[in-house]
Design a protein around this ligand. Sequence first.
Ligand code: ZN
Length: 496
Amino acid sequence: MVTLSDKLNGVWINFVHVFQKNPLKSLSYTVASSILVYLITPSIFNLVFRKSVSNERSERKDKYTTGLVNTSTECYANSSVQVLASLSNFTIYLNKVISIFELELKIEKVEKDAKEAFDTYLYKVIPVHYALCQLLADLQELIDRPRERSVSNFIRILEASIHKRITGGQQDANELTQIVLEVLQNELESLKKYVNRMELSIEVPRFPFEGKLASYLSCLNCGQTSIPNISTFNILPIQTPQEYSAELEEIIYGNQIDQITDYSCLVCQTNAILKNEKTNGHKGNTTDEHEIVKYLEDVLPVLRINEELDSKTLNYIKYYNKYGMKSGNIKSTIIKKNSIIETPKILMIHLSRSIYNGMVAVRNSCRVRFEEKMSIERQTTDEKNENLKIELVDYQLQSIIKHTGTHNSGHYQCYRRKPNLKRNITTKEIINFSPVISPVISSSSLQNSKKDNRKLKSINKYPFWKISDTKINESTLDNVTDKQKSVYILFYEMIT
Ligand SMILES: [Zn+2]
């Protein structure tokens, strides 16, 4: 009896055979057997793919980059890691973290066995930083023929770090990145403690994804604002509107503003109470009530709509019910506004595309228009949180992760910006002006004066790579910004 897997094996062996003999003939063959080929697992497909391209050497250093194998359903992890390789500020950050240990080695002049113990220690304190550095160094290396690596070792170390299995779960690129960033931040905290304990005079770098949001409430009735609530973020979560299309910048600002009705505004209520008291001549007030009214008259000009008053005063306002006026009946409409007060070096934007239609989640295919350059509003305040000012901070698109398919199943791919490669006019040498993972600072790019180098023409034409696991294609900018329906996560870097 011939089993299905026998049939499949037969198909792919024939497929390779035909492909090697006559590439043109294989085209019609794949069409005929397309259903079976579709059933072949990715690893077998990779074998076929590898056989067909492994000898393609390129004269250009920017044609290929290292792909990541997909043995089961790892496309979400592959895309999540690939995009990180294009983020200069992340590379600079990782190099700084690793160099803290390198630096200390030089200060202490430790012996070889001590160095080994130290490496073990490094591995213990910041294992995920360490594993990520190794993987990103591979992805950033300039190559002239296709090659592939695997995320499995990195995922294993990540799983060991959080004591939880990641594979086989939701398999969402956003959730995975969230876990990676949280683990890195926890390791950074351990590193800070280590530096303090060892009394090292080393500055621990800031986490490049971290930004700060302030949320303000502002009352439409009395015009007063609230004391801001400050929170930090690594990923800017954006609810994609249920519309045919929308502009990314507009969605970001739209998400920052929310209207709330029936809000008990402390200022509106106090205003009404004081007016009511004045009209009725403070009749029948106890000494306590007299004191509270006097106090409220004093603080009213500087009162915030969510002021933390003492419970006695607060209860007086809340339960006030005199001369036919009940403070509880006074409701106001307020605007809730989230403002970025600290812009991150790397702005990661997650477009939430889930819509719950009662029972199940479906995909929101809103066409989100985005550009290569984007300005983000940063709100600055003085110490008293007054004198609000808006500054514009410029960002450039570095990579995107796209998701195609349905809400529950589909495929992740990414577009990753190529490094800034230039050719020296006289020596013809190719120089990488983008930072790469390396504990030692490379001086070659610093020695070259900028005017002697020309950006590679092929990078001007194709500034991105389209990466689908091990499959690498060069891509124009238009091809990236075209992905309005499938764009899922965007990575912008601050232009300095
Ligand atoms: Zn108000």
